[in-house]
Design a protein around this ligand. Structure first.
Ligand code: CP3
Length: 349
């Protein structure tokens, strides 16, 4: 067994020779090679040029012994072909210049064919798979309808999500119309990535933790369910990872949606959470800020997570949320090698 199949085996809860590891936001600003390219191109320019996106996808794979690549893209460009004006502003993060606030805005949103509208990412998947040449699998991804809609509605990042919750509770019909449009686009987009060669897909529902379980069931779950059901109907053998943060109260509901893998953030004990979830693979869950500290802390916290679930097939090591730009590259190298050395078995049962 090798670097090539650990990740997919773990997604399927099969025994592996060492615990696979990849890192959310592994292609990004903590890498000098990425910063060099970003000095020449804006983020949307990188995403929209398939050769450059594939180059960025491979940067962390060439630098570290990671077990999976993730295509370089973002969860927000899907909003552009729907009619929203997206811009990444240095220091402020993403901005939507014409946010969606009511029935008329939602009605105007287009739902073009995702494979055509986001052809640049589909091509980046194809090129990345070809350049990876079987070395490691490629993960495709999308935001989940809820998290993508928070940007569409608020017009950017938010703290209290007033407009989101306003629309949800005051105009549920419009809310569901928006989520349905997003779910249709997102399901097609994920299927197109798989058809272009992605070996697994991850659905990022990063801000879902702002919802109570009751509101999750009424306002978000049916749409995530539709995405998962559509992808699984067309690609039953492609592992699907469902990830959220701050959503301890929602994880048992996530499980009922049928993902192969559930992503767990660092606010939870991985072993306890896995015990309560039962038969599903798990991904996580190092606090990404630990990676900005020293080697002793990295080894201690990583070792503790690995030991707590040792011998249980179906663990994919990851950070509990994206790696931050202040992370020294040598800490990533240390982490990846430590995960493999600490868990290596000479002959998996
Ligand atoms: O994981 C990877 O390496 C793949 C690439 C990836 C990016 N964004 C590239 C990116 C992935 C998987 C994402 C997902 C994403 N994008 C999420 C969900 C995951 C999460 O972190 O919760 C969200 C919420 C977004 C939206 C987004 N994109 C924000 C809020 C920002 C700005 C915040 C920041 O860190 O500056 C982005 C920009 C972005 N997307 C960057 C990268 C590498 C940094 C921008 C830059 O290069 O200047």
């Amino acid at each position: 067994m090798s670097r090539a199949d650990r990740f997919l085996k773990a997604c399927r809860r099969q025994p592996v020779d060492a615990t696979p590891v990849w890192l959310m936001r592994q292609a990004g600003r903590y890498m000098q090679a990425y910063r060099d390219l970003r000095a020449k191109y804006k983020i949307l320019e990188l995403i929209k040029a398939p050769e450059l996106a594939a180059e960025v996808t491979l940067q962390p794979i060439n630098a570290f012994d990671l077990d999976a690549a993730i295509v370089f893209a973002d969860i927000l460009p899907i909003l552009e072909p729907m009619g929203l004006q997206l811009e990444f502003v240095k220091g402020d993060g993403p901005i939507i210049h014409n946010p969606v606030r009511g029935a008329a805005d939602i009605e105007k949103l287009r739902t073009p064919n995702a494979a055509e509208a986001l052809q640049f990412t589909i091509e980046a998947v194809r090129l990345s798979v070809s350049e990876l040449d079987g070395k490691v699998p490629l993960i495709g991804f999308s935001g989940a309808p809820f998290t993508v809609s928070t940007y569409a509605i608020e017009g950017g990042a938010s703290k209290n999500f007033l407009h989101v919750k306003g629309l949800m509770h005051e105009s549920p019909k419009d809310w569901h119309a928006l989520q349905e449009k997003l779910a249709a686009m997102i399901a097609d987009y994920l299927c197109a990535q798989i058809e272009a060669g992605a070996d697994a897909v991850q659905l990022f529902d990063s801000w879902i933790g702002i919802l109570s379980p009751t509101d999750y069931r009424s306002f978000a779950m049916p749409h995530t369910q539709r995405v998962i059901d559509t992808v699984k109907a067309q690609h039953p053998d492609t592992p699907l990872i469902l990830f959220g943060t701050g959503c301890a109260g929602l994880l048992s509901i996530f499980k009922t949606l049928g993902p192969d893998v559930i992503g767990i953030d660092w606010r939870l004990d991985l072993a306890e959470t896995w015990d309560s979830l039962g038969d599903v693979a798990v991904q996580g869950n190092l606090d990404p800020i630990i990676l900005t500290t020293n080697s002793e802390a990295i080894r201690e916290h990583t070792g503790r997570i690995l030991d707590s679930v040792a011998g249980r097939p179906g663990h994919i090591f990851n950070v509990g949320h994206g790696i931050v730009p202040q992370t020294p590259q040598e800490n990533v190298a240390l982490l990846v090698d430590f995960v493999h050395q600490h868990t290596r078995v000479s002959c998996p049962e």
